[in-house]
Design a protein around this ligand. Structure first.
Ligand SMILES: Cc1ncc(COP(=O)(O)O)c(C=O)c1O
Length: 397
């Protein structure tokens, strides 16, 4: 049975063209980029070429503004902790939002324990942060604002240009976690007024375990990981050369293909949303209808919210891979989604979403198979849930 993979927000397959680009850096060009000999210099050239290409793609002024990391989590930790500690003489107030990824929220919570104060901005019922709320929250001692570009669960795209311009007026650096949007939406750090941006490779058909933090030359930031002084002193550790090479190739492929790929994905996404809302009883959409990633569908089903995991498992049995929330939150068991709670859903609804995320290798046939299986899966769960109270009485529990 061919698996219909609809969990591209969690991770994507590595594009064979990316694998090809990486291959020589495992066995042929394996030198340490810090070594002075020929194999080392070749590896260094590959890393610096990747840095230049990624810097160009995101509108950085200089390649040195791109710091390679082990992924999005590390880049977000470096952004928050590095800026907080470098600027603590100026102030100790940080602003973020209630819908961020756990690696932002948990870094912010840790900073609160270190004597920083964090304001968590709420969102509207579509998941949008309001620029006016940000303007009202900025204080004289605010040293960083961090608002994601696109949400990992509901796909809502935040107005980062407006948010960055509010920050620029007040002289506060603006960080955006662009892990879900990079490669799918345009990002121009200079034009958009972004001070720091987090990127990773495994959401864009590149390898896992590699990412980057863009840090504008005007932002003060301290290292968070200490060692031999790699990555301009901001991130010590021998560079992941094959990963970095693959990351740059993956980013280029997304940029080259975006104009053709986006309308294709939008059509597939809207086919699912329109069919689900039009034909499945009680179906509703989480997140903004239009301001959302071309790859994201997040659905709830009235009366079945407690059954999201059963629905996921039923679809899995039919060879369809979807998610109930974000992949990362599966570590936290059945906890309601903090993103859906922030959108105003109740705790039952916030435990009951089904996320289907499309990607480069998703076909129209995949989407049709998902839609064909979803209706009967929901129907069978509805028949079980409607007999459950009687069964409970029979069991005497
Ligand atoms: C919005 C967002 N930020 C950060 C991360 C973490 O990235 P990584 O898995 O590369 O550490 C993810 C990945 O799930 C994400 O979706």
């Amino acid at each position: 049975m061919r698996i219909v993979y609809l969990d591209n927000a969690a991770s994507t397959p590595v594009d064979p063209r990316v694998v090809e680009a990486m291959r020589p850096f495992f066995t042929e060009t394996f030198g340490n980029p810090s070594s002075l000999h020929g194999p080392g210099r070749t590896a260094r050239e590959a890393v610096e070429s990747a840095r230049e290409r990624i810097a160009h793609l995101i509108g950085a002024s200089r390649p040195e503004e791109v710091i390679f990391t082990s992924g999005g989590t590390e880049a977000n930790n470096l952004a928050l902790k590095g800026v907080a500690f470098a600027n603590r003489g100026r102030g100790r107030h940080i602003i973020t939002s209630l819908v961020e990824h756990d690696c932002i929220l948990n870094s912010a919570a840790w900073l609160e324990g270190q004597g920083f104060e964090v304001t968590y901005l709420g969102v509207d019922s579509d998941g949008l942060v309001r620029p006016a709320d940000l303007a009202a929250a900025i204080r004289a001692d605010t040293i960083l604002v961090s608002i994601m570009h696109a949400n990992h669960e509901v796909g809502t795209v935040e107005p980062i240009r407006e948010l960055a311009s509010v920050c620029a007026e007040r002289g506060v650096p603006f960080h955006t976690d662009a892990c879900q949007s990079f490669g799918k939406l345009p990002l121009d750090a200079r034009k958009d007024g972004i001070g720091l941006a987090t990127l990773n490779a495994h959401k864009i058909y590149g390898p896992k375990g590699v990412g980057a933090l863009y840090v504008s030359g005007s932002v003060r930031i301290d290292a968070w990981q200490h060692g031999g002084g790699h990555e301009f002193g901001l991130r010590s550790s021998t560079e992941n050369v094959p990963g970095i090479v693959g990351f740059a190739r993956a980013a280029e492929l997304c940029a080259d293909e975006r104009l053709v790929e986006t309308p294709r994905l939008l059509a597939l996404r809207d086919r699912i949303i329109d069919r689900a809302l039009g034909t499945l009883p009680g179906a509703y959409l989480n997140g903004h209808r239009r301001r959302r990633l071309p790859t994201n569908v997040n659905l709830g089903f009235q009366g079945l919210e407690g059954e999201a995991i059963s629905l996921l498992l039923r679809l899995d049995e039919s060879g369809i891979a979807v998610a109930t929330g974000s992949a990362c939150s599966s570590h936290q068991g059945d906890r309601p989604s903090h993103v859906l709670l922030a959108l105003g859903r109740d705790p039952v609804q916030a435990r009951g979403a089904l996320r289907a995320t499309l990607g480069r290798f998703t076909t129209g046939e995949d989407v049709d198979r998902f839609l064909e299986e979803l209706g009967p899966a929901l129907g069978s769960l509805r028949s079980i849930t409607s007999v459950r109270p009687a069964a409970a009485v029979l069991g005497g529990a």
